[in-house]
Ligand binder design. Structure first.
Ligand code: SF4
Length: 906
């Protein structure tokens, strides 16, 4: 935490969103997860910035996790899309002017709409966009084009929570706030690896545990960093969460733990829901039979929940990403309604949102089944929004949700698609099919700030350069309904523009009125005014109190929670504590879930289930985090985790490669054998794409089945097969620029200081590597070490004193990676360094330190293991000796795990 935060200087911005004067320190918000941490950014005058946590932001009070801490490493312009581009009749991309590009988008949209109707066009948005971007996109599509085919990658993230909350509360309302995590006596985490995915909130929970003695229960099919700190871990069978919470509801009723008064006065549907729960899970034994848990563990959990009025149940992707995700959300909410534990200090169900502005997108109707300001497609809402916008062609019904949208593209029904700030060719389920569908479009437009990713490489007709974090200006809303400003602290490079402005300019070109927003504050004011329009308090979302704020007040807006009703200056931290809900009868609704059933069955061909998720130090498809060398050192290559017994069954050992295949696609991944995985279930992270690996697009493996209510895909239970995949050699390649390694082997790319590092497995013989090096780099100055008998080939290419490329290939996995990195990052190397380079040993004798556990101080697993062997028996002792874990704390669960297993994980 900073002791003295520099005073922020906030600049007025013009319509093109460039700072009008140079800022010193700017208060902004982290662009990654839904915790929504406040960040202080101080430009260094050379295109970079010093990054620190904002000590006054109520989400993080100055703390940042490993990802937020190294935002400074992601500001470089390498790989940025800087100018509009258009593809010509021959299929070649050319630089274009903004006028040419926007004219083409507007003209082609209008032509296709005139011929095939408004539903032949679609927009696919991102939870990374700002609320103002989302607002203008939705206004354009739903109000003026007349199509609801506008959806977002948030569909893949938390749509089931939206649907579950709407069923229970009438609207998509999060009842609680982060302070509840400080004062709860019991925190239940369901389907949430918060230690890695919401690190700052998780550390807040740990401080409660350490300071107040709060208990933590983790419910997850696999052991994660989060479960390391749990008082009770329930390793539930995949997809069975609603059975556990039905069993809990039955137990609460049986043990007299219900809040009868709250249920009678403020809810509806309890008796039917309890009856359905009793039919499914009449006893602890029945609950155990369905969930695969031990009866004694279930009994302990049920007793803890029943006996602890101050309970928060946090749930995340493990609940949402399911073909029954909505039912799972309602099963959790049911237990909180039944005990009256909702919207009270330390007592609430709590959805941990994945993306930084998933909630902001929901506020303005970023989902195809919502309108704007949390309204749905009821006729009175459609009419209200039509009148407010003076909209000529108001969409009157829901559009295609994400997976269905790409199905409609594949069928040729959607003929024009505009993708903004997201990478669906990699991240959608059945991603190969989604990518192939893009080739059928008559008009394919991408707005992004990078020049290359799997979606952009699918050959869009128009590429529009968008501003990135640090250049954008607007608002985001985090998991606790808190709106924070994301402010620009750097000028936009090249011709990059704000997304809201790009949408507005297309709207104007299509002849629509109401898109002449002079600046971003005007978009916010209109959004706030719509939320208050004809809102008598019956709609949850309202920013009426902010609808008239001046430009200066908008620029200086402090983080604030909604709703803020007209005439109010402050929002509300909690909702529903008084039992007043937003349903027509003002009662919450119990919803009886369907019995749990996975959409897909394992078989002889696909005998395991694939669970997908994130790693601690990467975000989405790595278009931002992938440029940070420090983040790359945690887990630098795509992998699959498998239980030891399953590994033996499929003839795999730790460090092998496996071909991982499903009915929908295949990948090749490094095998990690671990007891963190239960038998029958494997886990792979989602981050790698064709841009960063040879064959590790996890989205291509995932079944495209969706929840019938939320439309969210089931991304955590696809049947899968693993078979060994052998390569004759392993190694690495370091290069100043991105390259494609030779042959059809395996590779994965990470950022390293001074260039790019490739982990490699290959069947290529030394001559192929020699050709690769001399063709791609220098023919003049190449040194080689070749040992044909042992299958070793090592070589380096130089440009004067500067090392341009290094290749190490041999039978052992990447010997010398660490030592060579140390030399490679130098601008010039000395003669002794050159002489010892191909030995793979550094001249200071440093050995490979293993995967980096502490990203902040670059401390590797082997150093931590040595400290444990030397007597360090706690994270505090490790921190004192090595500093590991003493900054952001994101690695403390992994340090604790290494201590627990005696420091021999590697
Ligand atoms: S927890 Fe980390 S990734 Fe999430 S908002 Fe905070 S700093 Fe960013």
């Amino acid at each position: 935490m900073l002791d003295e935060a520099p005073a922020p200087v906030v600049a007025q911005r013009s319509r093109d969103n460039r700072p009008a004067k140079c800022a010193t320190t700017t208060k902004t918000t982290c662009p990654y997860c839904g915790v929504g941490c406040g960040v202080l950014a101080t430009p260094d005058g050379a295109g970079g910035a010093k990054i620190a946590g904002d000590p006054n932001h109520p989400a993080n009070f100055g703390r940042l996790c490993s990802k937020g801490s190294v935002l400074d490493e992601t500001l470089a312009l390498e790989g940025r899309l800087l100018h509009p581009m258009m593809r010509d009749a021959e299929g070649e991309l050319h630089r274009a002017s903004w006028d040419e590009a926007l004219d083409r988008v507007a003209r082609e949209f209008a032509r296709i709409i005139a011929r095939d109707g408004p539903n032949a066009v679609a927009i696919y948005l991102s939870g990374q966009l700002l609320t103002e971007d989302y607002y203008v996109a939705n206004k354009l599509m739903k109000g003026f084009i007349g199509s609801s085919n506008v959806d977002t990658n948030s569909r893949l993230c938390m749509a089931s929570t939206v649907a579950g909350q709407r069923r229970a509360f009438g609207f998509d309302t999060v009842p609680g706030c982060y302070e509840d995590l400080d004062c709860a006596d019991l925190i239940v985490l369901v389907g949430s690896n918060a230690a890695w995915c919401h690190p700052i909130l998780y550390q807040r929970m740990l401080r409660n545990k350490q300071g107040r003695g709060a208990k933590i229960v983790v419910i997850d099919p696999r052991k994660t960093a989060t479960s390391e700190e749990a008082d009770l871990f329930l390793g539930i069978a995949p997809g069975m969460d609603q059975a556990l919470f039905c069993g809990l509801l039955v137990h609460l009723a049986r043990s007299g733990a219900l809040d009868q008064d709250f249920v009678r006065r403020h809810t509806a549907g309890f008796d039917e829901t309890l009856a359905r729960a009793r039919a499914l899970t009449p006893s602890i034994a029945a609950t155990a039979a369905i969930t695969g848990l031990r009866e004694c563990d279930i009994a302990v959990f049920f007793e803890m929940f029943a006996a602890t009025p101050s309970t928060v149940t946090c749930f995340s992707q493990g609940v949402n990403q399911s073909a029954q995700g909505t039912d799972k959300v309602n099963a959790i909410i049911n237990c909180h309604l039944a005990t009256g534990r909702i919207g009270k200090p330390g007592a609430s169900p709590f959805s941990l949102t994945g993306q930084p502005n998933a909630m902001g997108g929901r506020e303005v109707g970023g989902l195809a089944n919502q309108l704007a300001a949390h309204m749905g497609f009821e006729p009175e809402s459609v009419d209200r929004v039509r009148r407010f916008w003076n909209a000529p062609r108001m969409a009157a019904r829901e559009g295609h949700k994400a997976v269905q949208m790409f199905d409609a593209v594949a069928r040729g029904e959607i003929k024009a698609l505009w993708v903004i700030g997201t990478n669906p060719a990699a991240s959608l389920p059945n991603a190969d099919a989604a990518r192939a569908a893009l080739g059928k479009l008559e008009l394919f437009v991408v707005s992004d700030n990078v020049f290359s990713n799997d979606t952009i490489n699918a050959r869009p007709h128009v590429l529009l350069p968008a501003q990135a974090w640090g250049e954008k200006d607007g608002t985001v809303t985090n998991s606790e309904r808190r709106i924070s400003r994301q402010r620009a602290f750097a000028p936009a490079p090249g011709e990059a523009r704000a997304d809201w402005l790009i949408f507005s300019q297309v709207g104007e070109r299509m002849g629509f009125s109401g898109f002449d927003f002079p600046q971003v504050a005007d978009v916010f004011r209109e959004h706030a005014a719509l939320s208050a329009f004809e809102n008598d308090g019956s709609r949850d979302f309202e920013l009426g109190g902010l609808a008239g704020l001046s430009d200066e007040v908008y620029d200086a807006l402090e983080p604030t929670q909604w709703p803020i009703r007209a005439g109010e200056t402050k929002g509300r931290a909690r909702l529903f504590g008084d039992g007043d809900f937003f349903t027509p009868g003002r009662r919450a609704r119990f919803v009886a879930p369907e019995p749990p059933a996975l959409k897909t069955k394992t078989s002889r061909l696909y005998p395991l289930r694939l669970n997908t998720g994130r790693v601690r130090d990467q975000w989405h498809t790595m278009t931002r985090t992938g440029s940070s060398p420090r983040l790359a050192r945690h887990l630098p290559e795509p992998f699959i985790e498998i239980n030891g017994a399953d590994a033996r069954l499929f003839s795999l050992t730790d460090g092998d490669f496996a071909r991982v295949s499903t009915e929908w696609g295949a990948c090749v991944l490094r095998v990690i054998v671990t007891d963190r995985q239960p038998r029958g279930l494997v886990f792979a992270p989602i981050h790698w794409t064709d841009a960063t690996s040879s064959n590790a697009r996890i989205g291509a493996l995932v079944a495209p089945f969706t929840d019938p209510i939320s439309g969210q895909p089931e991304t955590k239970a696809t049947p899968v097969a693993l078979t060994p995949c052998a390569f004759s050699s392993n190694g690495f390649l370091l290069s100043r620029r991105t390259v494609i390694p030779p042959d059809d082997g395996w590779w994965a790319r990470v950022a390293i200081p001074g260039g790019w590092g490739y982990k490699i497995a290959s069947n290529a013989a030394p001559p192929s590597w020699r050709d690769f090096l001399t063709d791609g780099f220098s023919r003049e100055d190449v040194v080689e070490y070749v040992d044909d008998a042992r299958g070793i080939f090592r070589a380096a290419a130089f440009d004067g004193d500067r090392l341009e490329c290094v290749v190490f290939i041999g039978p052992d996995p990447d010997p010398g990676w660490e030592a060579t990195l140390k030399v490679f990052h130098q601008d010039s190397i000395t003669a002794p360094q050159r002489a010892s380079l191909l030995s793979g040993r550094s001249r200071d004798g440093a050995a490979d330190c293993g995967p980096v556990i502490c990203a902040c101080f670059g401390v590797g697993a082997e150093a931590i293991e040595a400290a444990i062997a030397g007597g360090c028996a706690s994270p505090a002792a490790i921190g004192e000796k090595l500093r590991a874990g003493t900054n952001c704390g994101s690695c403390v669960p992994e340090i604790r795990r290494l201590i627990a297993i005696g420091g021999s994980a590697h």
